[in-house]
Design a protein around this ligand. Sequence first.
Ligand SMILES: Nc1ncnc2c1ncn2[C@@H]1O[C@H](COP(=O)(O)OP(=O)(O)O)[C@@H](O)[C@H]1O
Ligand SMILES: [Mg+2]
Length: 291
Amino acid sequence: MAKYDMYNGSSDYIVSDELRNSVNIAIALQKPLLIKGEPGTGKTMLAQSIADSLGKNLLIWNIKSTTKAQEGLYVYDTVQRLYDSQFGDHDVADIKQYIKLGKLGEAFNYEEQVVLLIDEIDKADLEFPNDLLWELDQMSFYIPETKETVTAKNRPIVIVTSNAEKELPDAFLRRCIFHYIAFPDPEGMEKIIRVHHPKLEKKLLEQAMETFYMLREVPHLQKRPSTSELIDWLQALVVGGINPNTIKSELPFLGVLLKKNEDLDTLLNGLYKKSQTQSRTVISSSLNRYR
Ligand SMILES: Nc1ncnc2c1ncn2[C@@H]1O[C@H](COP(=O)(O)OP(=O)(O)O)[C@@H](O)[C@H]1O
Ligand SMILES: [Mg+2]
């Protein structure tokens, strides 16, 4: 039986047993691993952790709304060729020098196996995943301009991430191993926090975490605060020398957690309705600082 590298997590990344298993199954079956989850749940960082843990290079293909599948294979730089034909001293007949491999092409061309992250695939249009099916299956593509075929020397470990609820095409889903990273519960979150802030005072962490999970429960927020915001907020609380006992009532540095004006309004309105006491004034005056 073929032996595969086993992913065992890395010191800077907290991974559940299920996620670790999904990674290892995807590696063994040589299928892309599709990771979904809300922003900040560590999807992008997982790819880095896999590369670190297996001692492999990581190639990142960041997908934008305008990205086309073809760009991941190669682009033919006709503009440069035209320029050279008029002003340069290159031999423009050699088309090869104008073929630039994309991330997928680069990954195929590596001598050793690499980890290829196709990050935020849902940003592109609906056809995008389908346009890559054949290449991801075959790990190979043809360049008509040079009559060359680029074939992976070693099948890369492919990690695909997606943020949105937007569904991906069935044909694409069928070929992937799927894993959903749930938002961490407080216990899991504490482990993640400890990686980033090993020396955090207990009381501060406790108060900040309670406030954080409370804020996430506020109905109708457009962008609920996530792990990365909590990590930044804790940093702000430490640097700001905030007294842990005031965190819940005063919500210091709230702008680090809630980044939309509408969300600050939503929170303020909610608090007005809930509370008739004097703490309402404290909170609203502290909220007013963010406007
Ligand atoms: N499991 C984890 N272990 C350690 N840090 C984490 C973990 N999940 C998230 N983080 C932290 O949260 C930040 C956001 O993670 P990221 O991978 O960018 O999320 P996503 O790609 O899902 O939006 C990371 O930079 C890291 O600091
Ligand atoms: Mg990401």
